[in-house]
Design a protein around this ligand. Structure first.
Ligand code: BGC
Length: 840
């Protein structure tokens, strides 16, 4: 798409606006758009989530037409390939335009601090450099298509527990060295035009009111000149947010900006130039993305063959071959009977839950992709082996919903809507209803396949009761139920009852609902399913024994990995561990596929011959998985996150998910492999790990100098040869270790990486470049009160590193450069001399 820029003079436009018009630009008009000022030619801007595809301006559970669903963040991180991610960013950016949107609410660059954090699937990595390089590439790709990205969530939004109120307690050094880095790289290297503030507080101050973050660091230090948008409902004040540097409150109508901001100016609480600065920031971005040119719209909504191929490549390039004792790739031509076992074989788990979710162009399960590919030459049997549903699945029948203005189901029906399943999600009040309480009656007509015992369930945000054929079976209209994980953590725990249903007749299910109060998100999930058979595991074992090869697809689902809540455990849900063990005992020709976006425990790892992590690979995941299984594609991913052997080993174990309103980042800079390496704790699989179907020789690295002087760069050339018999990819990683650190430092840290694709027998050179930041740490100042310095001016009193100014600091000394293929698999170590900052 060509990007035409209509040049307007934003200063002239600004000067012609009234205070009310200016203030109107600082808040949303509705959930997904901003206000226009037509007389001044300022367009309305429409925004869309998100990180794995452009859903369009609709709620996550609704559709604005299908979108290309790219792999989720942790899979994109696993590609270790910024060039590829730039193309994915471009694909999503183009699609945002197709949906009429100019702002993309992505990328998500928070850090995989705890393996249990609910949104890890959306974020790239536990390492700030890998996250930042991937993010910058995504931003460049998307923004080349007239779309502003909003890098989110700024900052230390690395868990979901009490997510709207939690204070992340992070020391300055940790913030600088770990959590700010992906944002910094997205701004400095990606030239991001937007930043989204996080819900949480940072050291007690709301992120949307954090002047040091939004002004001193973001704008003054990093040179950011884009706009700062709030996360949805994250703005919490007028004066504080205005002065700290928030430019746009979303969604609309705003509670704190918009008319409230204009009133604050009139009351003398906020200066008008402060509002002008916000409008200038916004108009500058609208100008840069070409939004003043109303005619420049992308029209083709059909993805090209190349787009699909790119999504497929991103999926296979993100798959990590964790273990392989020769079972993979499958000898497909000799397989006559393939058993495809596991709850995720016949499930389409291609993205996580929450605001990143969207309607993909197709939903293909691993089982159906395997049948398409191998069904002509082999008999394929399937057994789920166990049930892993966290909730009873929503009714598959359509729900007709009549809304009433008040909370008591009385009076006329003021609005009607059809929902295509038993899930009713309402963002904001339905039309015609009272802001402080409304009600609805939802009705479905249901037939069941098999007569007998069924489980009926209810989850609610509000108060409701469920009637089946006129009889109240669940009554949850009394006291508030304990909170569960559905509805971004606002939903109740699931209520279940057993009910006997006959087949061959219609059953009338009615839900009577009353909203508890005016909250932005309300709704119900009413579920129904037959009781599962008790012999699922046995049936899987029988199927495995009868086959000549077995693929076991285990994993999570968006009921387990989602925005809104963290996981409780690394364990695969249900009886999946037992399933893997018993299936493997029944058939040794067995490969396990793990379909999850965050680390899971694998207590059976020593028993199985092969494990492939397919992640949450987007809509092309299943076809790509089959290509990797049969060997037409290389499993080219590497872990972007350490897989711990035990949850107790992870660095956040004693500080997660926080309590009493505080989440202490007690491990400091020792996040992920920085912790495991420093403490010599062997993980299940280390950061950066991933096998190939071919073999590589990583030769002696050659450094451009044996000395690095602060302010210069050092280049390391690493010769790599594909010594195997097929084309494949290797990721060369460079970790830096200070030999005699003057302060606490991780054992080693990733500072450069390069991914190479090589034909069999071919050689290439991986070029790794190091600069000041590769050796630096953040010196936060000596932390002493100003008068202490005077007081301590006496003989014999020594201050560790007497220096007032916080800054990046490179200490002189010897450093080791570890060149290898994971944080734990190091092929070569070079030692160099570094000449850095003077000590004071
Ligand atoms: C999420 C954001 C998202 C926004 C709009 C929030 O709940 O935290 O990441 O962009 O909703 O859907």
């Amino acid at each position: 798409m060509s990007l035409r820029l209509v040049v307007v003079n934003t200063d002239e436009i600004l000067a012609a606006l009234t205070l009310d018009e200016k203030a109107s630009l600082t808040h949303g008009q509705d959930l997904w758009s901003t206000y226009a000022v037509e007389r001044a030619g300022i367009p309305k801007i429409v925004v869309t989530d998100g990180p794995n595809g452009a859903r369009g301006p609709v709620d996550p559970e609704r559709s604005a037409g299908a979108s290309i669903c790219a792999p989720c963040g942790s899979s994109l991180g696993a590609t270790w390939d910024p060039q590829l991610i730039e193309q994915i960013g471009a694909l999503i950016g183009r699609e945002a335009r197709v949906k009429g949107c100019r702002v993309l609410l992505a990328p998500t660059v928070n850090i995989h601090r705890s393996p249990l954090a609910g949104r890890n699937f959306e974020c790239y990595s536990e390492d700030p450099l890998l996250s930042g390089r991937i993010a910058a590439a995504f931003v460049r790709g998307a923004q080349a298509h007239g779309v502003a990205t909003t890098v989110k969530h700024f900052v230390a939004n690395d868990a979901e527990h009490e997510r709207y109120t939690m204070s992340s307690v992070v020391d300055a050094r940790t913030l600088r060295e770990i959590y700010l880095v992906p944002f910094e790289l997205a701004v400095r290297e990606g030239r991001a035009l937007g930043i989204m503030t996080a819900y949480n507080r940072l050291n007690g101050t709301w992120c949307s009111e954090h002047h040091e973050l939004l002004q001193n660091i973001l704008r003054d230090e990093w040179g950011f000149d884009g706009f700062v948008i709030s996360d949805w409902f994250a703005a919490g004040s007028t004066v504080g947010s205005a002065q700290a540097g928030l430019d746009l409150e979303m969604p609309g109508p705003g509670r704190f900006f918009g008319p409230a901001l204009a009133d604050a100016v009139r009351a003398g609480l906020v200066d008008e130039p402060t509002v002008d600065a916000k409008v200038r920031n916004l108009l500058r971005v609208w100008q840069r993305i070409g939004a003043f040119d109303a005619g420049d719209a992308e029209t083709s909504s059909t993805p090209s063959v190349a787009d699909i191929a790119l999504a497929h490549r991103a999926a296979s390039d993100s798959m990590v071959l964790l273990k392989n004792d020769g079972v993979l790739p499958l000898a497909a031509s000799s397989i006559r009977h393939l058993a495809v076992i596991g709850p995720n074989a016949d499930r389409v788990h291609i993205m996580g839950g929450g605001s990143a979710s969207l309607e993909p162009q197709h939903r293909t399960s691993p089982l159906s992709a395997l049948r398409t590919r191998l069904g002509a030459s082999a008999t394929i049997t399937h057994e789920p082996g166990c049930v892993t549903d966290r909730y009873v699945a929503p009714l598959s029948a359509a729900l007709h919903v009549d809304f009433f203005a008040g909370s008591d189901l009385l009076g006329d029906v003021v609005h009607q809507r059809e929902f295509d399943s038993g899930r009713v999600t309402l963002f904001g009040n339905p039309p015609g209803t009272h802001a402080n309480g409304f009600s609805f009656r939802a009705t479905a007509s249901v037939r069941v396949d098999v007569a007998g015992a069924h489980v009926l369930s209810l989850v609610q945000v509000g108060r409701s009761r469920v009637l089946v054929n006129g009889v109240v079976l669940i009554d949850a209209t009394g006291d508030a139920l304990p909170r569960g994980s559905a509805f971004y953590g606002a939903g109740s725990q699931e209520q279940r009852v057993e009910v006997d249903l006959e087949e061959d007749c219609d059953h009338r299910i009615v839900v009577e609902y009353s909203s508890a109060s005016s909250v932005p998100l309300q709704g119900i999930i009413v579920g129904l399913r037959p009781q599962p058979p008790s012999d699922l595991l046995d049936r899987a074992v029988i199927a495995a024994s009868a086959a000549d090869a077995v693929i076991v697809v285990v994993g999570t689902s968006d009921e387990w990995e989602s925005e809104g809540f963290d996981r409780q455990s690394l364990q695969l849900p249900g009886d999946q561990d037992e399933l893997v063990r018993r299936v493997r005992a029944a058939n040794a020709n067995c490969a396990v596929v793990v379909n999850a976006g965050s680390p899971v425990a694998m207590p059976w790892i020593d028993e199985v011959p092969a494990v492939l992590l397919c992640g949450l690979g987007g809509q092309e995941m299943a076809p790509a998985l089959v290509d990797v299984l049969v060997g037409t594609c290389e499993p080219a991913g590497r872990l972007p996150t350490t897989y711990p052997a035990r949850v107790e080993d992870n660095p956040t174990f004693t500080n997660f998910p926080g309590e009493h309103g505080e989440l202490r980042y007690g491990e400091g800079i020792f996040v992920g492999y920085r912790w495991y390496e420093t403490r010599h704790i062997a993980p299940l699989f280390p950061f950066g790990h991933g096998l190939s179907y071919t073999t590589f020789v990583v030769g002696e690295p050659i450094a451009s100098s044996t000395t690095f002087v602060e302010g210069s760069t050092l280049q390391i050339d690493v010769p790599v040869r594909n010594s195997g018999t097929r084309r494949g990819a290797e990721v060369v990683q460079c970790y830096v270790e200070p030999c005699a650190p003057l302060c606490s430092r991780p054992h080693k840290e990733l500072k450069a990486f390069a991914k190479l694709w090589l034909d069999p027998g071919a050689d290439a050179t991986a070029t790794l470049t190091l600069d000041d930041r590769s050796f630096a740490y953040w010196f936060p100042g000596d932390g002493l009160p100003p008068d202490t310095r005077e007081k301590l001016r006496m003989p014999l009193v020594q201050i560790g590193q007497p220096d007032k100014q916080p800054r990046w600091r490179v200490d002189t000394g010897r450093y080791r450069l570890h060149i290898g293929r994971s944080s734990a698999a190091i092929d070569h170590v070079l030692e160099i001399e570094v000449r850095g900052s003077p000590q004071s």
